[in-house]
Design a protein around this ligand. Structure first.
Ligand SMILES: *[C@@H]1O[C@H](CO)[C@@H](O)[C@H](O)[C@H]1NC(C)=O
Ligand SMILES: *[C@@H]1O[C@H](CO)[C@@H](O)[C@H](O)[C@H]1NC(C)=O
Ligand SMILES: *[C@@H]1O[C@H](CO)[C@@H](O)[C@H](O)[C@H]1NC(C)=O
Ligand SMILES: *[C@@H]1O[C@H](CO)[C@@H](O)[C@H](O)[C@H]1NC(C)=O
Ligand SMILES: *[C@@H]1O[C@H](CO)[C@@H](O)[C@H](O)[C@H]1NC(C)=O
Length: 460
């Protein structure tokens, strides 16, 4: 059953001869006639000399542009180019022509342990959206242990390619040299609805709402990345979720790019809940914690590692798990300051969503989010989000998306963190918490009184 009837040929040969996206440019012709120019302006030789050069340069640019436009034949969206690209290296040209069809692009800006796997599922499950989970993981793997900040530029480059459905960028960060990545090796592939659905795989359908089973997806035939690109190109909405872009300012060039119709959804969560979740999942985050902590700003306060020498190992790793929040909250705070200053490049392109609001009012939050990115919430999607937030378990496995009692999960930290840990997080995250409407606690006793709400209206 596995390798039988797949219409998609894994044809790497063809993969880089992509159709030139159609592109019409109004052509301004400049006629350079140096002889005439010199006659008219006879005496001012220097000026004429310069003017001549400018004219020649402009004329040459114009000619190049004309030639290029001619090569892409017409402005019809159907044009295909069958030029052979055999000698191309294994990735696309960096600058691609703008897309004809304006796709809605969405970046979910979030951080570790913010409920982002669940939030991403709202797009993974939407039949109209192509969703990628954490693609920048590949960069962090390949360049380990780079510090989080230095990798921001590479991440932005990767996003820029992915939003154009150019997946050859994954190959650049392939850790297995001499081997072509397949769809199943992309991070998160086994939970990806497109990768595990028809036509790439026969087990699921993208238009039927429901979680995919990773054990089944593992049995899907590995496909070429080009086959995935072809699927990507069919969608009107492309959504990428990431925890590795630390600050929205990194995305400014993409948000300003007129060829990309990008919006950012900023998913946030109470940092004290994140701290608790980080402690619980710290084994899974060891490498990431290291990369984040390497980016600490040396000018601001340090958490006193030396003081911990005599403590038990467990305390130290808890401390690191919380310590990374210093860096994370500093960047969340930077994002919020930018948002509050409402720069023109962010106008109408930013939405903040609190995880707590999502689990308390799943359907209305879903509708609000979908409206922002012009998707519609089907009855099935509404049922799905309700089901996912009303389970009975309190998430034994921190990295899995499963139905859980989300209301309970949202307040577990209140009974399990020590007061010292709470104070530490509140100290690191003071500004972010006050903007996002997370109320500080004055005592452990207050933290443990679950009937006291610690949420207030956010300022963004
Ligand atoms: C990887 O893809 C390239 C380009 O299509 C192809 O030439 C090469 O043979 C492939 N390598 C392997 C190991 O499959
Ligand atoms: C391109 O397509 C045309 C017509 O479809 C064909 O005649 C020509 O041989 C093709 N060229 C190459 C390089 O494949
Ligand atoms: C939103 O989606 C509808 C239907 O899919 C479409 O007609 C409309 O043009 C879209 N609006 C924007 C602003 O993209
Ligand atoms: C979820 O937890 C809350 C608080 O402990 C409880 O009131 C509620 O009944 C639980 N819901 C389910 C479906 O178990
Ligand atoms: C818990 O908080 C609620 C709401 O602030 C308050 O009315 C109540 O007295 C508190 N309970 C205890 C035991 O302090």
């Amino acid at each position: 059953m596995k390798n039988k009837t797949f219409p998609l040929k894994p044809s790497w040969e063809k993969s880089f001869g992509k159709r030139p996206k159609t592109y019409c440019r109004s052509q301004t012709r400049i006629i350079a006639n140096p002889g005439l120019v010199i006659k008219v302006l006879g005496r001012k030789k220097i000026i004429v000399f310069l003017a001549y050069f400018v004219l020649v340069a402009v004329a040459m640019l114009n000619l190049a542009n004309y030639k290029w436009a001619k090569e892409s034949h017409t402005c019809s969206p159907q044009v295909k180019d069958n030029v052979s690209f055999q000698n191309r290296p294994n990735f696309h040209l960096l600058s691609k022509a703008p897309q004809t069809r304006k796709r809605q692009l969405v970046y979910i800006l979030t951080t570790w342990r913010s409920g982002s796997s669940f939030f991403g599922e709202l797009f993974n499950q939407n039949p109209g959206a192509f969703f990628l989970y954490e693609p920048m993981w590949h960069i962090w793997q390949k360049l380990y242990p780079g510090d989080a900040l230095s990798l921001q530029g590479a991440e932005r480059d990767m996003l820029s390619a992915l939003y154009r459905c150019d997946f050859s960028v994954f190959q650049l960060y392939n850790t297995q040299l001499g081997k072509n990545l397949t769809t199943l090796e992309i991070f998160g592939a086994l939970f990806n609805k497109v990768i595990c659905s028809y036509p790439l795989c026969l087990f699921y359908r993208k238009d039927v709402v429901g979680m995919v089973d990773d054990k089944l997806c593992k049995k899907c035939p590995p496909q070429s990345l080009q086959a995935l690109e072809e699927q990507c190109l069919k969608y009107d909405t492309i959504v990428i979720k990431g925890v590795r872009i630390l600050d929205i300012n990194v995305l400014a060039p993409l948000l300003e790019d007129p060829s990309l119709n990008l919006k950012v959804i900023h998913l946030v969560r109470d940092p004290r809940a994140m701290a608790h979740s980080r402690i619980r999942s710290k084994l899974g985050l060891v490498r990431e914690n290291l990369q984040v902590i390497k980016s600490r700003n040396p000018k601001i306060r340090h958490f006193p590692i030396a003081d911990l020498k005599h403590k038990a190992n467990k305390d130290i790793s808890d401390y690191y798990a919380i310590g990374a929040l210093e860096v994370i909250c500093e960047h969340v705070s930077k994002t919020l300051k930018t948002v509050l200053s409402s720069p023109s490049w962010l106008k109408g392109k930013y939405m903040m969503v609190r995880y707590e609001d999502l689990v308390e009012n799943p359907v209305s939050t879903l509708k609000r989010v979908y409206q922002f990115v012009n998707l519609t919430a089907s009855r099935n999607m509404e049922a799905f989000v309700v089901y996912m937030t009303n389970g009975h378990s309190n998430s034994a496995q921190p990295f899995q998306v499963s139905p859980r009692n989300a209301t309970m999960a949202a307040s577990t930290w209140r009974t399990l963190l020590t007061f010292q840990q709470i104070r530490q997080v509140e100290d690191y995250c003071r500004h972010a918490m006050s903007v996002l409407g997370y109320v500080h606690v004055r005592s452990l006793w207050e933290a443990k009184n679950l009937s006291k709400s610690l949420l207030t209206s956010p300022k963004v």
